[in-house]
Design a binder for this molecule. Structure first.
Ligand code: F0G
Length: 460
């Protein structure tokens, strides 16, 4: 039985959305060359393209916007953000940046260049791109259990520790620039990393003298899963668990557009105020983002972000939030639809390869399913599969992704139970006619980096 955990808030402000006809939607998606990023949001009924920057801010955060201090240097809002960051993460150095990938651009060149490797449980697309932009290469090292969506297992986001050590030895430790732990593991289905695995990854890094960096856009969701599923953490608070998670790493970058529930913002942090990376971080920030006390953000953005760090780590909020993905998952279980199981933190990742086995990876089944969902019910999702992975930067060949997921990323505090029922109905309707979907897609134009945002496609 699907159980919906009620919202721990009430709604103060709403936005109108409209429903086009199926015929209108078929025209609209064709006009984008079958790229959902090309749609106008006003032509979307339920927008699950991403949970990034799409959350609803609270009245406290909107109030914070009015208090934002817009001084160029040393603003009050900067200090509020620094205090919040120090308290939440327990790190001595906190630095605003304008979003997650800006943090990547600031930190990665300090440790990576041509000939070097970065290893992660799974790199997210922009993170992989920023590794490659330095000239280095990105290697994923997630546990095997993650690769079987139908198998329900806790902490499927974990790093494969024996494989990590083998990789370091095979590549040569001097060629490994950075170990990045992505929490939660977005591309593997919003799956969490256990505290034990964070600790074990940290021990490997210490043994080889490597930096452990957290890509922690969804750190609060990860902490909630640890509290729920990892033995020994049931009586700890989310705040204690977050502190412990971060105590094992050296530094982090965070897209705050997710768990800090702001529409724009990012933070990076270094545990030790005397860490040798800090002068380089400040210098890169000044060059690319702006002076280090605003890092590409307005004072008001920093104010909302400081408040959001606390709201996003509230346990009642997290229970409701994770509960939404679980509610949808329970509806899909009843219909036999396969998804990365259990439900992820920021949404559900539908196994498009299982639903459309007739479409091979190089014809992008997860993108085909995403287009069907838009045509069926005006739902916008995205491909987290071979279409997103792109081509091997050395050979130019299409990469075969471990997963062909169509991602239902759930914006925070935005959609209600009835919207989730519509999502399930649309998927069930497509599943019932999935065998009639014969044609895959081919790319007619693509840019060299992060192609899925802009590529043009057509049906074969
Ligand atoms: N790291 C992870 C794990 C992410 O999920 C994202 C963004 C980033 C880094 C980059 O952050 O967008 O603020 O520059 N993920 C979004 C998504 C875009 O849809 O999953 P950003």
């Amino acid at each position: 039985m699907a159980n919906y955990i009620p919202e721990p808030f009430r709604i103060k402000m709403v936005e109108k959305i409209k429903m086009l006809t199926k015929e209108e939607r078929a025209e609209k998606i064709k006009a984008t060359d079958y790229n959902l990023f090309g749609l106008r949001s006003e032509d979307v009924y339920i927008d699950l393209l991403t949970d990034s920057g799409t959350g609803a801010m609270s009245s406290e955060q909107w109030g914070g916007l009015m208090r934002g201090d817009e001084a160029y240097a040393g603003s009050k809002s900067y200090y509020n953000l620094i205090e919040a960051g120090k308290e939440i993460f327990g790190y001595e150095y906190i630095q605003p940046v304008h979003q997650g990938r800006a943090g990547e651009q600031v930190i990665f060149p300090l440790y990576l260049d041509k000939g070097k490797f970065a290893i992660s449980n799974t790199f997210f697309d922009t993170t992989r791109a920023h590794v490659e932009l330095t000239g280095a290469r990105a290697i994923d090292c997630v546990i095997e259990a993650a690769k079987n969506p139908a198998v329900r297992a806790p902490f499927k986001g974990n790093m494969d520790i024996p494989k990590l050590e083998k990789l370091i030895n095979d590549l040569g430790v001097e060629n490994v620039g950075l170990i990045v732990l992505t929490i939660t593991n977005n591309s593997a289905g919003g799956q969490p990393v256990s505290m034990e695995n964070i600790r074990a990854t940290s021990e490997v890094c210490k043994k080889y003298g490597l930096i452990l960096e957290l890509d922690c856009a969804r750190f609060a969701e990860n902490a909630y899963f640890i509290k729920r599923d990892e033995p020994g953490y049931q009586n700890k608070s989310i705040h204690e668990i977050v502190r412990e998670m971060f105590s094992h790493a050296d530094m982090f970058h965070m897209s705050s557009k997710k768990d800090a529930i702001v529409n724009m913002g990012g933070v990076l942090g270094v545990k030790d105020a005397n860490h040798p990376a800090i002068p380089g971080i400040k210098a890169n920030c000044v060059s690319y983002e702006g002076f280090y006390t605003y890092g590409g953000l307005s004072g008001r953005d920093m104010e909302a972000l400081a408040i959001g760090l606390f709201e996003g780590t509230d346990e009642d909020f997290l229970r409701y939030r994770i509960g939404q993905a679980e509610y949808l998952a329970a509806l899909l279980d009843e219909a036999g639809i396969i998804y990365q199981s259990p439900a992820g933190g920021h949404g559900l990742f539908i196994d498009a390869a299982a639903m459309l086995p007739q479409i091979p990876y190089y014809e992008f089944p997860a993108q085909v399913l995403a287009i069907e969902l838009y045509k069926e019910a005006g739902i916008r999702t995205c491909d987290i599969g071979s279409f997103m992975m792109g081509n091997n930067p050395d050979t130019g060949e299409q990469i075969k992704s471990d997963f062909e997921f169509t991602r239902f990323a759930i914006p925070r505090r935005v959609y209600t139970q009835a919207h989730f029922d519509i999502m399930a109905e649309a998927l069930i309707s497509i599943k019932n006619r999935a065998h009639t979907i014969k044609r895959g897609l081919k790319i007619t134009w693509e840019p060299p980096v992060l192609r899925h945002f802009q590529a043009k496609l057509e049906y074969i």
